[in-house]
Design a protein around this ligand. Structure first.
Ligand SMILES: *[C@@H]1O[C@H](CO)[C@@H](O)[C@H](O)[C@H]1NC(C)=O
Length: 391
């Protein structure tokens, strides 16, 4: 069905950190979100858009001297005010570490003093999981033990005697989240928290049977089948700041149903504000679209020209030792490799799409970058090329 979705782009300065190669660092409270230019447009069909401009943000590093002046340890004073930590560096070296799927990262945790005997425990804070903690690794300074599904990819960096930083290798989509480095010594028990953000792209996904056909479970599965994962609210919010404007509500990982609006318009509800619009947590048997999140892939996407039916396109890719690309793989190529191709091609789910990074009139006439969709045409139509994925 033809989607009445619209995509707009917003270019702006993100108070977003400075980046150095594989990961960027950001101190989350530095906010300099100044909208510099603003332009928007509509497009019929599917597609997501993003124009991100990064700007250097002058980081005002809260000097740790301020925090560590004199206040005596008082465990009851607790959470709100920054506590004085005796053994761990606070604020941590980075509050947030960012990297795409497949990369290795280090989550920093540095000791300020080296107690004679101590235990360092790294935990992933999972909101949806209550009960047993998600322990990753426990070390007593000499030996360490690894636990859970992250354990096999985890190690301690130990660059020097005060280093308790956690290394995670071959990042996966679900590794994003909050991590705790906890130091236990005698009666002391202190923690610092570091966020890991997987760098990626959010894409709306609709069933081939039309709008609003997925239960929560089906939406989750649909994303996985397209090399993605249901997006978190934070990921959708970030996509909105990067220009995603989408008029169909979709499931998120947390079981809520939301949609991002940049330009309020009657077709997208009566509210007049821009932002994420939420229906809240819905009955998981109700039907909506999906917002999927994906990230960099290890393989690559390439195009085969031709006038193929779906079956012929599948065969053509196989001939090249590849297979038809998944929607998530095409979005990843569009975002991470700036893939730009003005030809509609079959994808494995039976949809026809094409990735545009340099908008030009002859390629659909739309001024925004994005992955365009021609929907799910008749599979016998001999009209399109093929997007193949080679792992
Ligand atoms: C990541 O770490 C693994 C081992 O832990 C290593 O084999 C691999 O080469 C590393 N990858 C990168 C990109 O550094």
């Amino acid at each position: 069905m033809s989607s009445r979705s619209q995509v707009s782009a917003l270019s702006f300065f993100v108070a977003e950190s400075f980046s150095s190669g594989l990961f960027s660092i950001s101190f989350s409270l530095v906010s300099v979100g100044v909208i510099v230019t603003f332009y928007c447009f509509n497009l019929v069909g599917a597609g997501a858009t993003s124009i991100v401009m990064k700007c250097l943000v002058t980081l005002l590093l809260t000097s740790s001297c301020i925090a560590s002046s004199s206040a005596p340890d008082s465990p009851n004073k607790a959470a709100a005010a920054p506590r004085t930590l005796k053994y761990l560096l606070e604020p941590p070296v980075y509050a947030e570490v960012v990297a795409p799927r497949g990369e290795n990262v280090t989550l920093p945790c540095i000791l300020r003093a080296n107690p004679s005997q101590y235990t360092v425990k790294w935990t992933k804070m999972e909101v949806e999981k209550v009960g047993p903690e998600n322990i990753i690794i426990i070390s007593n300074g000499r030996a360490c033990k690894r636990y859970g599904h992250l354990g096999p990819r985890a190690s301690l960096r130990k660059a020097h005697v005060l280093d308790a930083s956690l290394q995670l290798s071959r990042l996966e989509l679900e590794d994003g989240g909050r991590y705790r480095c906890q130091l236990i010594h005698d009666l002391h028990d202190e923690s610092v928290f570091i966020s890991l953000r997987i760098e990626g792209v959010v894409f709306p996904y609709q069933s081939k049977n039309g709008r609003y056909r997925f239960t929560y479970t089906e939406a989750k599965q649909a994303c996985e089948e397209q090399d993605g994962r249901l997006a978190s609210q934070e990921q959708l919010y970030r996509a909105w700041t990067e220009g995603l404007d989408w008029c169909n509500a979709g499931w998120l990982w947390d079981g809520t149903v939301q949609y991002p609006i940049i330009v309020p318009r009657p077709a997208c509800g009566l509210e007049t504000f821009s932002g994420l619009r939420s229906y809240g947590s819905k009955d998981k048997e109700h039907h909506f679209d999906a917002f999927c999140f994906t990230s960099q892939t290890s393989g690559s996407v390439f195009f085969l020209s031709g006038s193929f039916s779906f079956q012929q396109a599948e065969n053509a890719c196989r001939h090249q030792g590849a297979q038809l690309a998944l929607v998530g793989q095409l979005y990843a190529a569009w975002r991470f490799r700036k893939y730009d191709r003005c030809d509609g091609g079959w994808l494995k789910d039976g949809s026809v799409r094409f990735p545009i990074n340099n908008p030009r009139r002859r390629c659909g006439g739309l001024p925004a970058a994005g992955v365009r969709s021609l929907g799910f045409p008749d599979k016998a139509a001999h009209l399109y090329g093929a997007y193949c994925y080679n792992s």
